[in-house]
Design a binder for this molecule. Structure first.
Ligand SMILES: Cc1cc2nc3c(=O)[nH]c(=O)nc-3n(C[C@H](O)[C@H](O)[C@H](O)COP(=O)(O)OP(=O)(O)OC[C@H]3O[C@@H](n4cnc5c(N)ncnc54)[C@H](O)[C@@H]3O)c2cc1C
Length: 416
């Protein structure tokens, strides 16, 4: 893994730059602090945009796409708090001077351009925060709302311009904002940065799961087991793809560069993919993720829930385990459990691997009993992959059973 220091310093510098250009000229009172917070909030918001560039190299600098998105969230939240405090502190300055002055400068009802732009920007940022952290909206709808943040930033720039005209500080905030927005609009969201593949075969290891084999039509993606790609499926003779990019962990990497994705029907697009056929054109972006790439040398416990099996499956299909490994596979299927026979076979052939197959229960009692039965549990490294609520419950249980945070590693099948 690359050192995070250089990209982290770069991002923090971008976040602080607009505030640094004005700090010496601000008065040391509520107004000065209020203005400084406004610049800091703007800088952080712009820096958070740089953390949505899905370039595989850039993401790997932060330890993977999901870690980069955590930075994006952290900076977004901090920026939101500072931008909320910006009018509060200004109110603290103006209100004692008279309610009419305060109203003129600050009221959302005041129809001056400065106020309209500032309050609209803040309203959109508030909506975006609420939909990300409190409301669980359908992903596509949430994503469209989240993109509105770019509009909020444009309104914010308009607000700054209306207050003080064009300045060095505004340029310091504006320039870094152009890069990520341009990148997403002109490159990432228009299939730039992607490689062409074709569906070469389709299997159905279980009801609701389709295994899609992909053949590279150009240079194959240099991917390792447990990493994921973003894939968009297009047209076949009887199949019309969803056209947008979704993340999938590869479940097998062939020596000739062919890849296998195991896709569970979890929503509209993945349900539609269940009827995919050979010949369909695919574009892949990646590789992303470092879930099982570099691991401390220690006995391991792998916990996979449902389709969260794919990173472990890819690893087992590529090489035997090198540490004592307890693999626990939690699933909902009562009849044919996907991949169970194959996993059982790996365990039969590898002395270091023990395989446990468990039906999923709502309270996870059987999983916790199985974990308790593992000798020296708190000396092991745990690797988890599954739906976020499942992982939250298991992580809490492990923490209550003497496990340190750094012993628990996870891949979350959700980006929000
Ligand atoms: C790192 C990672 C690896 C994954 N690996 C696999 C895998 O190997 N096999 C598998 O079956 N599924 C995998 N998934 C989940 C898969 O991406 C979603 O099931 C799929 O995108 C759902 O799309 P949908 O339109 O069918 O469903 P929707 O109803 O639109 O979404 C269902 C859920 O999937 C997530 N999702 C939807 N669209 C996207 C998107 N464009 N980007 C990110 N998340 C999205 C959201 O959390 C959403 O709540 C993975 C997800 C992540 C984040």
């Amino acid at each position: 893994m690359r050192s995070i220091a250089v990209p982290a310093i770069l991002i923090i510098f971008v976040a602080l730059l607009p505030a640094l250009t004005v700090v010496s000229s601000l008065p040391l009172d509520a107004q000065g602090i209020g203005l400084l917070l406004g610049w800091l909030g703007t800088g952080l918001l712009v820096a958070s945009l740089l953390l949505m560039i899905r370039n595989p190299y850039w993401a790997s600098c932060f330890g993977g796409l999901q870690q980069m998105y955590r930075w994006h969230h952290g900076m977004g939240v901090l920026s939101f708090v500072l931008l909320l405090m910006h009018p509060v502190l200004l109110a603290g300055y103006y209100v004692p001077l008279g309610s009419d002055i305060a109203e003129e400068y600050l009221s959302p009802l005041n129809p001056q351009l400065i106020n309209i732009l500032g309050w609209l920007a803040l309203a959109i940022i508030t909506l975006s925060m609420a939909t990300t952290f409190f409301l669980h909206l359908p992903y596509g709808f949430w994503r469209r709302l989240h993109i509105l943040l770019v509009v909020a930033i444009a309104l914010g720039f308009g607000h700054i311009w209306a207050v003080s005209g064009f300045s060095v500080s505004l340029a310091a905030a504006l320039l870094p904002a152009v890069i990520p927005v341009g990148w997403r609009l002109l490159r990432a969201d228009r299939s730039g940065d992607t490689l062409p593949y074709e569906v070469s075969g389709v299997n159905h290891p279980a009801k609701h799961i389709t295994e899609v084999n992909l053949r590279p039509l150009a240079k194959p993606i240099p991917i390792a087991p447990s990493q994921f790609v973003r894939a968009a499926f297009f047209e076949g003779s009887h199949f019309q793809g969803c056209g947008d990019f979704h993340p999938y962990t590869v479940s097998h990497i062939a020596k000739d560069g062919g890849l296998t994705l195991s896709i569970k029907a979890l929503g509209d697009c993945t349900r539609h993919i269940q009827s995919i056929e050979p010949g369909v054109a695919v574009r892949l972006q990646g590789p992303y993720g470092n879930f099982l790439l570099t691991r401390p040398i220690a006995p391991e416990i792998w916990i996979a829930a449902g389709i969260g099996l794919t990173p472990f499956l890819a690893l087992l299909r590529s090489q035997p385990v090198t540490q004592h490994t307890d693999m626990i596979y939690v699933h909902r299927e009562s009849e044919r459990v996907p991949y169970e026979e194959e996993l059982q076979m790996f365990a039969t052939n590898q002395a270091l691997l023990r395989f446990h197959s468990l039906p999923m229960t709502n309270d996870l009692t059987s999983l916790f009993m199985r974990l308790e039965s593992i000798d020296k549990l708190n000396k092991k490294q745990v690797y988890l992959c599954g739906p976020p609520p499942f992982m939250a419950k298991v992580t809490q249980w492990l923490r209550e059973h003497d496990m340190q945070r750094q012993q628990i590693h996870f891949e979350q099948f959700d980006f929000r």
